[in-house]
Design a protein around this ligand. Structure first.
Ligand code: PEP
Ligand code: MG
Length: 833
């Protein structure tokens, strides 16, 4: 038995192979080993040995130890496409090296920009057994990495039997027989015992060794011969055919023929937006639904209107019943639908059509579509979501009118990954949760109700994947990776197995994050960061506590009272706020006064039409325009017990004037209630004006909360609902960061807390920069809290300050995102050193 100890060839964070963001390495198809997320750009020899030739490869080096163990080190993921740019090989093939000798220099920052990941797999390319290995800790060059028994590699070769099969293939891979395809070949052979050799240009190499195959330097289109010798030679050869044969099915061809760097965009891998995180391995279930056919002409106004009223009443009570038994986001949605289906305006419009001789179905469709269309064009994402709700209700009522159950039901196979053009909330809720592994939508948005429901049920969901996903045949194996944003269709078995392992590992990681989330968090150098939740209901408050929220940094009260026809009374509001305060069990509750206005057509607050509602009567301006509504709200907040639990937050403040007026009204409300003191009164900083005036605001406000969604929209002059400019609307733009710094400094100077409550607060990449800018409190989407807290614990506030300075000096949001990516890898590596 030949035992070899391998030393870390790189400084960085050591992680298990299963965490490598490439299924070939994660599934150990290129060999068993570990990976290192590097913090320095020099690769060293892990043992004494000889450099194995690897044609044209400057991004990877293999060292063969004296005992014959081949250690392949592949710097970064998908780096073959860089064609050596950013790499400097310091050794040549055949050269003998001592452990620790520098082998390859690479430009860390350049690679971070060009490659999807810097994570470097270090694997045993010619077999061998890992006896022990380092993992999940920071390593310096030369630290213990793995102990390896090289005996097994020889054992495989020794088991050859006398049958021989051979076949010639033309190499279909764009980069030739390089690491990834070679690893797929080696992995495909793993179940077989036969000896398999690839012959090219008069030289031969073991097809079980990724490195040996690479050393042949075979290019795309060259002919190779595969020779299999052994008892299962025929089976081994046919296992290679799907990879190497020229008449492959189209899907497989695209997978193997694309350059490695292009695999993210190929037809087998379909990319989309992550709407609910998670990984699922399962089978495709195509969800196709034709529009329900209806007749236009009715059978008489009396019977049609009776049928419609009955259907509406039935559905309202059906939904109400479901809501009573549901919790969380599902319960809320069902309640909202039950309310919406009783909307008198909808019923009136439908009955009007019936009175014109139309059928009940026709009238209902006309009414819901008319209202949906007027909502669908609004600026506000959440208003557009109501349009989706209306389409959902349209179908449910039509089905009831046909005598069917309201939501279409489908039998699901085990681990079903539902592929659909779009899915309605009721359809998602009707799916058997025990069998549903994930959902992929050709269309849809990441903030839709379906997305919220999926997130609250822990169902991985990818949206906006495009029509190609609808062509996937039912029953096809798929890997849905809603952590990285893609779905792999019909991947090789080894990749499926690797994805299954990765899914289990992520689930374990999430469980660990969740457990730790209940504790407060601080950076490694002791800076305490408060992580609150953004809430819109009592249900969310319960869920947020389970995710580790330390309180509520933003209660969006406008959504508590959205589905009403008249303004909520002071008593109703006080009761609702009181329930949320109780749900938070004494933790702080920041109640934002209603942020309604031009683009949010709230029935009980009819506003004049505005050409540019985003710049019009919104937030505190709308509240001051209808001060009786503001009074009722302030009065309600003042009634919440215990008094010390609440803070009041004002949206869309530009300067001190708004704050002073509202403070005076609040003081009057307090006097009426016989209260002496007001709760803390804070302002949202979400306009460039407020950011520029932050020093003045900080002196008078009790706290500041930065609304980065609106601050980005107004700073960058990009509508936050714009369909095409969405990518450019990035809160990490240096212009936005400079304003945030101003606010954080103003808060610091006045000793007032500064929180970030826009979506930026839920972004783990933004977190180090925010901490570096001096933000020590965030309010985030509840489901992101466990991960945010883990990230905080890995940070060093001093390094965050340096990072923030570089981000402020950067030229674009993209440049800041690159800095953030490198910083995250460094923080992880430094964490336990
Ligand atoms: C913001 O603008 O960042 C914010 C938190 O407010 P809203 O998203 O509700 O406008
Ligand atoms: Mg806002």
């Amino acid at each position: 038995m030949s035992i070899v100890k391998l030393a870390a060839p790189l400084a960085g964070w050591c992680l298990p192979l299963a965490e490598v963001p490439d299924p070939v390495f994660a599934g150990a198809m290129a060999g068993d080993g570990v990976a290192i997320d590097p913090v320095e750009g020099v690769l060293h020899a892990p043992c004494d040995g000889e450099i194995v030739p690897m044609r044209d490869a400057r991004h990877a080096v293999t060292v063969r130890s004296e005992a014959g163990i081949e250690v392949l080190m592949h710097v970064g993921i998908e780096t073959v496409g860089l064609k050596g740019q950013g790499f400097e090989l310091l050794v040549s093939a055949g050269e003998r090296v001592r452990q620790g000798a520098p082998l390859l220099r690479f430009d860390l920052d350049r690679l971070a920009r060009a490659a999807p990941s810097l994570v470097t797999p270090i694997v045993l390319a010619s077999g061998g057994t890992v006896l022990s290995r380092a993992t999940q800790r920071a390593l310096a060059v030369g630290d213990f990495l793995m102990e390896v028994d090289g005996g097994e590699a020889q054992a495989v070769a020794a088991s050859a039997a006398p049958q021989e099969h051979a076949r010639r293939f033309r190499v279909p891979f764009d980069h030739g027989l390089h690491v990834r395809p070679a690893a797929l070949v080696a992995a495909a052979l793993r179940p077989f015992k036969s000896q398999v050799v690839i012959v090219a240009r008069g030289r031969s190499a073991s097809a079980r060794s990724t490195v040996a195959m690479m050393s042949l330097g075979v290019h795309c289109g060259e002919t190779i011969e595969v020779r299999c010798t052994g008892a299962d030679a025929a089976q081994a050869l046919s296992a290679l055919e799907p990879l190497l044969a020229p008449d492959l099915p189209a899907v497989v061809q695209q997978e193997v023929r694309k350059p490695v760097a292009a695999t993210l965009a190929d037809a087998r891998r379909l990319e989309g937006l992550i709407a609910s995180r998670g990984v699922a391995v399962g089978v495709a279930l195509a969800w196709k639904q034709a529009e329900i056919e209806i007749v236009e002409q009715g059978a008489g106004a009396a019977s049609e209107s009776a049928a419609l009223r009955n259907a509406l009443a039935f559905l309202a009570s059906h939904l109400g019943g479901l809501a009573a038994n549901a919790t969380g986001a599902s319960g809320e949605l069902l309640r909202a639908h039950a309310e919406l289906v009783q909307d008198p305006e909808l019923e009136r419009a439908a009955l009007e059509a019936v009175a014109r001789g139309k059928s009940a179905s026709y009238g209902w469709r006309e009414a819901t579509r008319g209202m949906a269309e007027s909502l669908a064009v609004l600026d506000d994402e959440r208003m557009r979501e109501r349009a989706a709700d209306l389409r959902d209700l349209e179908e449910q009522v039509l089905r009831v009118l046909r005598g069917e159950v309201p939501a279409a039901e489908r039998e699901l196979p085990e681990n079903a990954v539902v592929l659909a053009e779009d899915l309605m909330p009721s359809q998602l809720l009707s799916l058997d949760a025990r069998r549903l592994a994930g959902v992929v939508l050709a269309r849809g948005g990441a903030t839709s109700h379906v997305a919220l429901l999926a997130a609250s049920h822990g169902i991985p969901l990818l949206v906006s994947v495009g029509p190609a996903v609808l062509e996937v045949a039912e029953g096809t194996p798929v890997v849905l990776d809603a952590e990285h944003g893609w779905i792999d269709v019909d991947p090789p078995a080894a990749e499926l197995a690797a994805a299954q392992r990765a899914a289990l590992q992520r689930a374990a990681e999430r469980a660990a994050d969740l457990e730790a989330a209940l504790q407060p968090c601080a950076t490694r150098d002791g800076v305490r960061i408060t992580v609150n939740a953004n809430l819109g209901s009592e249900e969310e408050a319960h869920a947020a506590l389970r995710q580790g929220a330390e309180g509520c940094g933003l209660l969006r009260t406008e959504f508590l009272f959205l589905d009403r026809r008249d303004p909520p009374t002071e008593a109703e509001q006080a009761a609702e706020y009181g329930r949320i305060a109780a749900a938070l069990q004494g933790r702080p509750l920041t109640i934002r006064t209603m942020d309604i206005g031009g683009d949010k057509p709230i029935a009980y607050l009819p506003l004049p039409r505005e050409d540019n509602p985003a710049l019009g009567m919104r937030g505190v301006r709308a509240s001051l325009w209808r001060p009786e509504l503001l009074r009722a709200q302030l009065g309600a907040i003042l009634r919440v017990q215990p008094h010390s639990q609440c803070r009041i937050l004002l949206p869309m403040v530009n300067d001190l004037e708004d704050l002073r007026v509202v403070r005076a009204i609040a003081a009057e409300c307090a006097r009426e209630q016989g209260r002496a003191a007001l709760p803390p009164l804070g302002v949202m900083v979400e306009t460039p004006a407020a950011a520029m005036m932050a020093d003045q605001l900080a002196r008078e406000a009790d706290f500041l909360s930065i609304g980065t969604n609106d601050l980005s929209q107004y700073t960058l002059a990009i509508d936050r609902g714009h369909a095409d400019l969405g990518e450019k609307l990035d809160a990490l733009h240096p212009a936005v960061l400079r304003l945030i710094r101003k606010v954080a400094e103003a808060g610091g100077a006045a000793a007032k807390s500064v929180s970030v409550c826009g979506a930026m607060g839920s972004d783990v990449d933004a977190l180090p920069i925010l901490v570096g800018l001096g933000v020590h409190e965030i309010s985030a989407t509840a489901s992101t809290i466990p991960r945010l807290k883990r990230t905080v614990r890995l940070l060093d506030a001093g390094e965050c300050r340096e990072l923030a300075q570089r981000a402020l000096d950067a030229e674009s949001a993209a440049a800041v995102r690159e800095l953030a990516g490198v910083a995250r890898a460094r923080a992880r590596a430094a964490a336990s050193s």
